[in-house]
Design a binder for this molecule. Structure first.
Ligand SMILES: Cc1cc2nc3c(=O)[nH]c(=O)nc-3n(C[C@H](O)[C@H](O)[C@H](O)COP(=O)(O)O)c2cc1C
Length: 315
């Protein structure tokens, strides 16, 4: 998720679940080719399994981006066919590609030729006035014909005109049954669902309907302890550490980051939801959001925030 799932966020999330696939922010193919590649693609190595999400619609450019990303050792490369970008402002990428399945097929074919790891596609159920029940199976068939066997489907349309990206994550209605039907129609494909899943109970329910996976975005970010700790049970593993243990493991990671001259806020901004819904959650957020972005803020701010939570739990 843009501006959210950077390497610090992923390091933090990985402490809570060993199995869940973590995704990078979308990086456009031209940015990989011409931009600050190390900053865009580099990460600590403790985050596996991790998928690189690319945006683009030029097969040659996407292939080049995949080639350039290969040394970074991502476990999956995902093509974004779900971002509701305005096609004029941002070029042709994201959800607008739902209208161009053949082009998506050309893109993924070119990408696959450059990597041994799975190339997957994240898409919507349709855009604008498309009929999802018709276009989604046709889209899956065409793209699967190019060799993709793993799809993550955001179970709502994107409206490319008139809605902001935020509204496009909330306003178009969710259609889970359609995605479940896609798995029934294409049993050989790995079909994962995304959109509005805010609890592991709902994830479990969707898996029980035959789906192969559930991608959780906002809820995992805003309430990581509820969503990610316990997620490993879906793979039959025991739960991860509790929120305090996670905070304790983050401390040396933060110390290294600060020692390299970087800012506390760059890490703690992803941690504001760690105690969501628990005693002390508000104080934790307040101390971190007020203190961590100050010049020279150090571990004392982090420790003070944690002390607030501990005090409230003891009360
Ligand atoms: C801040 C933010 C940034 C996002 N950036 C991306 C992105 O880079 N690539 C992508 O495929 N989806 C992106 N999304 C959409 C989410 O991946 C997801 O499809 C959407 O939020 C619905 O799932 P959820 O209800 O579990 O959050 C973003 C969402 C948010 C809130």
């Amino acid at each position: 998720m843009m501006d959210w799932t950077d390497q610090h966020c992923r390091y933090f999330h990985r402490l809570m679940t060993r199995n869940a696939m973590l995704y990078t922010e979308m990086v456009t193919a031209p940015a990989v080719i011409h931009g600050p590649r190390e900053r865009l693609l580099g990460y600590g190595g403790d985050e596996h399994p991790v998928a690189l999400q690319l945006g683009g619609s030029d097969p040659q450019e996407l292939a080049q981006a995949v080639r350039l990303a290969r040394p970074y050792g991502y476990d999956e490369v995902n093509l974004n066919v779900g971002c509701p970008s305005d096609r004029v402002q941002s070029g042709c990428f994201g959800a607008v590609l739902m209208e161009r399945p053949q082009l998506v097929a050309d893109c993924v074919r070119a990408m696959q030729a450059e990597t041994d790891v799975p190339v997957t596609v994240k898409c919507r159920i349709g855009v604008d006035d498309q009929d999802p029940a018709t276009v989604l199976p046709a889209f899956l068939e065409t793209v699967a014909g190019a060799g993709v066997s793993h799809f993550i489907i955001h179970a709502r349309k994107a409206w490319l005109k008139g809605l902001s990206p935020k509204e496009n994550r909330e306003v178009p209605p969710l259609d889970y049954p359609l995605v479940v039907r896609m798995k029934e129609e294409f049993p050989e494909l790995t079909v994962c669902i995304n959109g509005g899943v805010a609890s592991l109970d709902l994830a479990r329910d969707l898996l029980g309907q035959g789906l192969d996976g559930v991608m959780i975005g906002r809820a995992a970010y805003h309430d990581p302890a509820s969503v990610l700790i316990g997620a490993d049970a879906l793979w039959g593993d025991g739960p991860g550490p509790d929120a305090f243990e996670v905070a304790a493991v983050m401390r040396p990671y933060i110390a290294d980051h600060l020692a390299a001259g970087r800012r506390l806020h760059q890490i703690t901004r992803h941690m504001l939801g760690l105690f969501h819904g628990r005693p002390g959650a508000r104080a934790w957020r307040r101390v971190l959001s007020e203190g961590a972005s100050r010049e020279g803020a150090g571990l004392d701010v982090f420790n003070a925030a944690l002390a607030e939570v501990e005090n409230q739990i003891l009360q």
